[in-house]
Ligand binder design. Structure first.
Ligand SMILES: NC(=O)c1ccc[n+]([C@@H]2O[C@H](COP(=O)([O-])OP(=O)(O)OC[C@H]3O[C@@H](n4cnc5c(N)ncnc54)[C@H](OP(=O)(O)O)[C@@H]3O)[C@@H](O)[C@H]2O)c1
Length: 116
């Protein structure tokens, strides 16, 4: 894979591992788009790296996923890399394996359906 001159969408690119990838991909001469639920986190990254393109999006929400897809298609059709990084981790007692319906829904929608 050519590590420069790509247009890369990193989900959850404003914090943690995603932010590390954002920084590295910028350094390698790529255009980076990041998305996440918290506008404040996205703005913080954009303040540090003005070339970063940001989009508020809750990937657990089907309408938001469709909107993100349409937005990328309309505004950044040259996007050629997707880093499906956004995710959540829940502490649970594996001996009990009790998940609330809400936790199951959240896990399903974020982990299984996060691909756009
Ligand atoms: N850190 C580890 O040890 C580890 C180990 C194994 C796997 N992973 C996986 O690696 C990925 C990154 O981990 P991390 O530690 O960097 O996590 P993190 O710091 O919590 O970052 C997760 C990012 O995903 C975004 N995000 C979460 N839910 C979202 C949603 N519904 N829609 C849009 N964006 C969402 C968050 O932004 P908002 O809150 O603003 O939405 C945040 O920027 C995750 O998928 C995680 O499961 C991590």
């Amino acid at each position: 894979m050519n590590l420069s001159n790509n247009k890369i969408l990193i989900t959850g690119g404003a914090t943690g591992i995603g932010l590390g990838l954002t920084e590295r991909f910028i350094k390698e001469g790529n255009t980076v788009i990041i998305c996440g639920r918290r506008e404040s986190a996205l703005k913080e990254v954009a303040a540090k790296f003005p070339q970063v393109i940001t989009k508020v999006c809750d990937l657990a929400n089907p309408a938001d996923r469709t909107e993100l897809f349409d937005w990328v298609k309309a505004n950044h059709p040259d996007t050629n890399v997707l880093v499906n990084n956004a995710g959540i981790q829940n502490w649970m007692d594996v001996r009990l394996m009790i998940l609330t319906k809400r936790q199951v829904r959240k896990l399903r929608s974020t982990l299984l359906h996060r691909c756009i």
